[in-house]
Ligand binder design. Structure first.
Ligand code: C2O
Ligand code: CU
Length: 468
């Protein structure tokens, strides 16, 4: 759904609009997110509804908006038939609020409520999603976007959000629950859907603009495993932030901007085309493409006769950087396994298992020879210790590696990621290696996993610890 800025703000965020003097350290009134089953018209008007799981009855859930430094309080009511949690993806959060079952909190049982309360230290585009059985709960729709507003937002006429998702639905439009957890998906590219939705609808979104306007476009890939290449036709759109963090503005290549699962991007473009014209927003899917939206120009006179002079860039967040790589703790993460891989076996549950035994246990991937999380962390860092993580993809598949509680600086991104940007999720391609660095300044136990959620469930998950 594409809406005007005023509409997008919604009632939840009413408190942060209008008054520029609103103290940045204030709290928002507490809000409730109720996780429950719901019905959604994913396929559009006149088509059958789909039973999904959503927050407050919708998927994506309500868009939450806070100011940088402001406290967010969310009571999560679990009306699902399963335990759940909420993870605030990309937020450098207090560990106790990170939403990882059995690591940072007990899963919230059906009928129970958990109060999340935290301060979002960095402006940008983030998201929230279930972190219990995420391969099922996120696939069923438990996710939403969290926007943390800049202290000095860029001057734009519209702030538009596109949430990219894919669903596997049956002929009758029903959610295909029978195929959840299939080993075939787990061991290959993950569970890909057959219906692409943009902000909850399969029909493409219409973005009404007036010539001369400046538009901010926020993109968030919430799909379990699908990657998208996003392309705007007829416009020069600059990427101004990746995973919430401002970057030196750049124009994506001809294929469009690649977004792996869990990645976000903010773009800014000037609506410089003729009044009355239409331009497509296209999603490349690797083996084809779909129309995600249409930029629809009003026939009226331009909003302004020349482009805004204000630069299209965002003010950087204050991330802990500036460390000397030669002082850093070096950690290697060797990814192995999957279909057509050469992994012969791995440790699981304290035992060494061959591939057949692993498959029987639902495990097909490993990090450093071990499938799934273990008692011992991958590494324990001292507080403020610089860490360089080398990610080696010895599998035949791409992976979207995500670490909790920190953003990392891409030192060597391989062919999929730009060097010199901050990210919380990186795309690692088959046969490639990459290096990311960060200062382990956030105490607690943090997950490090593939965000292709079937891969995470089938072994690609570990954790690290940061001392107090
Ligand atoms: Cu977006 Cu561990 O997750
Ligand atoms: Cu993966």
């Amino acid at each position: 759904m594409i809406t005007r800025r005023s509409f997008i703000a919604g009632s939840l965020a009413a408190a942060c609009f209008g008054n520029g003097l609103m103290a940045a350290r204030a709290s928002q009134p507490p809000l409730t997110l109720r996780a429950s089953s719901a019905r959604a018209r994913l396929l559009g008007q006149g088509r059958p509804e789909t039973e999904i799981w959503g927050y407050n009855g919708t998927s994506p859930g309500p868009m939450l908006r806070v100011r940088k430094g402001e406290k967010l309080r969310v009571a999560l009511e679990n009306a699902l038939p399963q335990p759940t949690t909420v993870h605030w993806h990309g937020v450098r959060i207090d560990n106790a609020m990170d939403g990882v079952p059995d690591v940072t909190q007990a899963a919230i049982a059906p009928g129970e409520t958990f109060n999340y309360e935290f301060t979002a230290p960095d402006a940008g585009t983030y998201w929230y999603h279930s972190h219990n059985r995420s391969w099922e709960q996120v696939a069923r729709g438990l996710h939403g976007v969290l926007i943390v507003e800049e202290e000095e937002p860029p001057q734009v006429d519209q702030d538009v959000l596109l949430v990219l998702d894919d669903w596997r639905l049956g002929e009758d439009g029903g959610f295909d629950s029978a195929s959840l957890g299939h080993m075939m998906d787990m061991s290959h590219a993950g569970r890909l859907g057959n219906v692409i939705t943009v902000s909850g609808q399969a029909q493409f979104a219409r973005l009404n603009v007036r010539s001369g306007e400046r538009i901010r476009l926020r993109l968030c890939n919430v799909a379990n495993s699908r990657m998208f290449d996003v392309r705007l036709e007829g416009h020069k759109a600059l990427v101004v932030a990746l995973d919430g963090q401002p970057v030196e503005p750049f124009e994506p290549g001809a294929r469009g901007l690649p977004l792996a699962p869990a990645q976000r991007a903010d773009l800014i473009f000037d609506a410089s085309a003729e009044p009355g014209t239409q331009h497509q927003i296209v999603l490349g899917l690797g083996d084809g493409e779909v129309l995600a939206g249409e930029i629809h120009y009003d026939k009226g006179a331009p909003a302004r006769t020349h482009q805004l002079d204000a630069p299209m860039r965002l003010v950087a967040n204050d991330l802990p950087g500036g460390f000397d790589v030669s002082d850093a703790r070096e950690v290697q993460l060797l990814m192995q396994g999957g279909a057509m891989g050469r992994m012969g076996g791995a440790m699981f549950g304290g035992l060494h298992m061959g591939m057949r035994q692993l498959v029987n246990a639902g495990m097909v991937w490993a990090f450093n020879g071990t499938a799934g999380e273990t008692e011992q962390p991958l590494f324990s860092a001292r507080k403020d210790e610089p860490v360089v993580l080398e990610i080696i993809n010895d599998t035949g598949w791409p992976h979207a590696m995500h670490w909790h509680g920190h953003h990392a600086f891409i030192l060597e991104g391989g062919s999929a990621e730009r060097d010199g940007v901050w990210r919380d999720t990186v795309l690692s391609l088959p046969g490639e290696r990459m290096k990311v660095g960060f200062v382990a300044d956030n105490p607690g136990k943090w997950l490090l996993h593939c965000h292709m959620l079937e891969h995470q469930a089938a072994g690609m998950s570990t954790w690290f610890e940061v001392g107090a």
